[in-house]
Design a protein around this ligand. Structure first.
Ligand code: ADP
Ligand code: ZN
Ligand code: ZN
Length: 746
């Protein structure tokens, strides 16, 4: 009798159950690997899941238990590669997120479900060529059939869409031809290409200048080098970084490897996408586009097109970093400083940081490009972890626009001043309207935090311990620091200049839009904010309308600063540069500097010179002064000194622990409990601030309480905090989240 071999087992992470794994037997005839998607029995139902491990034969934890066998391997080609499995597990630990949540990013929902609906079309394929005689007879007796045969014989592969063979009437003729054995009618799956409607004319590589050659050389070197470091490409706006990316990508493709390009958001940066589409227009399908507004069907098709290796260049926002590109050779993170790389909902990963890790795991080169790199990346370059490559000159020979910093303290004394748009800026807009040019107005603002600022001298109430703006809390009538918990009373007059006009700052785009409409009743004004962009494709439509000059004035928050490549924009007004500084966030100055520099580098790209007007109450602020001079190095040096002094990132990692609940007392209780339990167990060197209401103390009907954690290394505390969160049973209606390497402290 056959000795039954030791039972083969698999460990499966079942979908939708958090991080619970179950062991199953692997029946004979079914082969799986780590990352395979499988169907398994779960109590009385069936469930799907991902194979996490294949314990060595006979070495299962419970060898004697009769395990239920897995049912089958799911169809649809959706298994996860070994590298992406490792990436998911690493990210899950680091960001204190369930592995299952990370896997959902890697295999997105439309790919997971097997019952998707491929889009098909009827095609007619030539199966037998008629002889000359036959064809002539056909021409005489059935001219329509002959015409169809002729079209098919002339087509590239003897195949045409039914719809292309004559409107309406082709089907009966094709049926007859099919009966006679000349053609076959088939259903063909149509690839849904999100950029399919547009045509792209192929472009030729430009002759690179010296700086570009250097940069390209470094990238190509990194392709070969086993000891490669991430490359930080610091190039001023217009220095030709994109051209370097294009030529590097072409080289990687020619070596049979794949390329991944991350951009802040496609709708905001359509020019990057179209430049890639154009450069590779002669290889249809080579460039796949992923973006947030794609339909499930489009997402499914693009994913599989990448998976099968048809698309070898993938462009998309942060989530595209998980795209199943095989034999990855190069990752490019464009505008690497952009905060949209950080996901603000679970799992709260940072796209740039995970891209660096993925490149390392897959032996790919990685380029982080920006005119204003993040201080994290600059710091890494200084430490020698990244290789710094600079491009300091514009490739297009354009001059930088004139930047004026407008001191609103003197404007505020002007009677005509409306509080938001200065006379100077108003006149500048008027001039643009007369000349038929476009203007962009930016409201630099995040969230709803209210800081206290003096309109007469620009003084902002800040924390003595953190140097960050204090937030006004209406309930206690107090100013509170959200990083360390410092409390202060609200002054009746400005401590610096004794003005009694000291006031709360904060004003919405809607209010400014109304004001602009009053000023310029004839102008076509469009506002962009979260309300407007909630509609699908709204952003893209607005950008298209603006490009086509159906809009004169575009008004929005910093999100529109990314897509500023519009030749007819000759004026950019920053309405209140301070608002970005008046928030309790260690990166406030950095973001303001980046925003202003990006803006200043873009206005007036055509042949008309651009003008930038920055309205501010604090014209002396470092972020504003360095941006006016386009001095990234000066700003970085100054800011890194401050960060080191106050032990802020990149000199530490910060995380925000937040509890949300509709019931205020529950939220309060839960955060206090967590704080009490965490204090004794946190690793040495980790600081935790006492619990406080969040700067946005209530949002979406929920009260929010938070603690801020600070530590030299994030890995150390995220596991400890995650464990405490899981041990807390806070009851219904209370959610606890940990945001590791937080970019928002609101
Ligand atoms: P960046 O990505 O650094 O902002 P771009 O790649 O968009 O810069 O280049 C800015 C402009 O300069 C573009 O219009 C581009 O076509 C042009 N350009 C780039 N490289 C060259 C080159 N080597 N020769 C001529 N023009 C170039
Ligand atoms: Zn004052
Ligand atoms: Zn403080």
């Amino acid at each position: 009798m056959d000795q039954p071999g030791p039972q083969r087992t698999v460990r499966v992470l079942v979908d939708g159950l958090g991080d619970r794994v179950f062991d199953y037997a692997l029946p004979k005839g079914i082969e799986v690997q780590r990352g395979c998607r499988v169907e398994v029995p779960l109590r009385s139902r069936r469930a799907t899941g991902t194979v996490m491990e294949l314990p060595e034969a006979g070495k299962c934890d419970l060898p004697d238990v009769a395990l239920k066998p897995i049912i089958r391997v799911l169809e649809g080609d959706s298994e996860v590669s070994k590298e992406l499995m490792d990436l998911a597990e690493w990210a899950a630990r680091y960001y204190a997120a369930p592995v299952e949540q990370m896997l959902r990013c890697i295999v997105p929902e439309p790919v997971r479900s097997e019952n998707h609906d491929p889009k098909t079309r009827k095609v007619v394929r030539l199966t037998r060529r008629p002889s000359e005689d036959e064809f002539n007879r056909m021409k005489a007796r059935a001219p329509r059939q002959a015409a169809i045969i002729q079209t098919l014989m002339a087509s590239e592969n003897g195949c045409e869409a039914l719809s292309a063979l004559g409107r309406g009437g082709a089907l009966p003729s094709c049926r007859l031809l099919e009966k006679r054995g000349y053609v076959r009618l088939e259903l063909e799956t149509v690839h849904r290409d999100p950029a399919g409607r547009e045509d792209f004319a192929p472009t030729q590589p430009l002759t690179l200048n010296e700086e570009q050659k250097m940069a390209l050389g470094c990238v190509l070197e990194a392709l070969e080098d086993d000891d490669r470091k991430p490359i930080l490409l610091q190039g001023v706006t217009g220095s030709g970084k994109t051209e370097v990316y294009l030529q590097a990508a072409a080289e990687v493709i020619s070596r049979g490897r794949g390329v991944l390009i991350l951009v802040p958001e496609i709708s905001l940066t359509p020019q990057t996408m179209s430049r890639f589409k154009s450069r590779f227009a002669n290889s249809p399908g080579m460039v796949a586009i992923l973006h947030s507004a794609m339909s499930d069907g489009e997402r499914y098709d693009e994913w599989h097109s990448i998976r099968r290796g048809r698309a070898r260049i993938v462009i998309g926002p942060r989530s595209a970093l998980f795209a199943p590109v095989a034999n990855l050779g190069l990752i490019i993170v464009d505008e690497e400083h952009d905060s949209s790389y950080k996901q603000e909902s679970a799992p709260r990963y940072h796209g740039r940081d995970l891209a660096v890790l993925r490149a390392h795991m897959e032996g790919a080169a990685i380029v982080l490009g920006s005119a204003t790199p993040s201080l994290e990346s600059i710091h890494n370059a200084m430490l020698g972890k990244y290789k710094l490559v600079r491009m300091d000159h514009r490739a297009d020979g354009q001059r930088l626009p004139l930047t004026r910093v407008l001191d609103m303290r003197s404007e505020a004394k002007d009677k005509r001043f409306m509080g938001l748009v200065s006379e100077r800026l108003k006149n500048a807009i008027e001039q643009r309207l007369r000349r038929g040019e476009q203007s962009i107005l930016l409201l630099n603002r995040r969230g709803f935090a209210r800081a206290l600022q003096c309109p007469d001298c620009g003084y902002v109430a800040t924390c003595e311990h953190c140097s960050l703006p204090l937030t006004y809390h209406i309930t206690e009538n107090r100013l509170i620091c959200h990083i360390c918990g410092y409390h202060a009373v609200v002054p009746m007059e400005c401590p610096k200049c004794r003005s009694r006009a000291i006031q709360l700052q904060g004003s919405g785009t809607q209010k400014i839009e109304e004001l602009l409409k009053r000023f310029f009743p004839e102008a076509r004004i469009q506002r962009i904010d979260a309300d407007v962009t909630a509609r699908k494709n709204a952003l893209r439509d607005i950008m298209e309308a603006f490009r086509a000059h159906r809009i004169d004035i575009l008004l929005g928050t910093q999100m529109i600063s990314k897509g500023l490549d519009f030749p007819r924009v000759t004026l950019v007004g920053v309405l209140n540069a301070d608002l970005g500084l008046c928030i309790p966030d260690p990166r406030a100055a950095e973001r303001t500097f980046q925003l202003l520099t990006q803006v200043a580098g873009r206005a007036g790209r055509g042949n008309v010179e651009g003008e930038v007007i920055i309205q501010t109450y604090t014209p002396q602020a470092a972020a504003i002064q360095y941006a006016r001079r386009h001095d990234t190095d000066g700003f970085a040096k100054n800011e890194l000194e401050l960060r080191e002094r106050f032990a802020f990132p990149p000199f530490c990692h910060m995380a925000v622990l937040t509890v949300r609940s509709e019931k205020e007392d529950l939220a309060d209780f839960a955060i206090k409990t967590l704080y009490k339990r965490l204090q004794p167990v946190l690793p040495r060197g980790t600081e935790i601030s006492a619990p406080l209401p969040a700067p946005i103390a209530k949002a979406y009907g929920q009260y929010r309480y938070q603690c801020v954690l600070k530590a030299p290394r994030a890995r150390v505390f995220s596991e400890v905090v995650a464990k405490q969160i899981s041990l807390l049973s806070p009851g219904e209606n209370v959610t606890v989240t940990l945001d590791v390497d937080a970019y928002s402290f609101m």
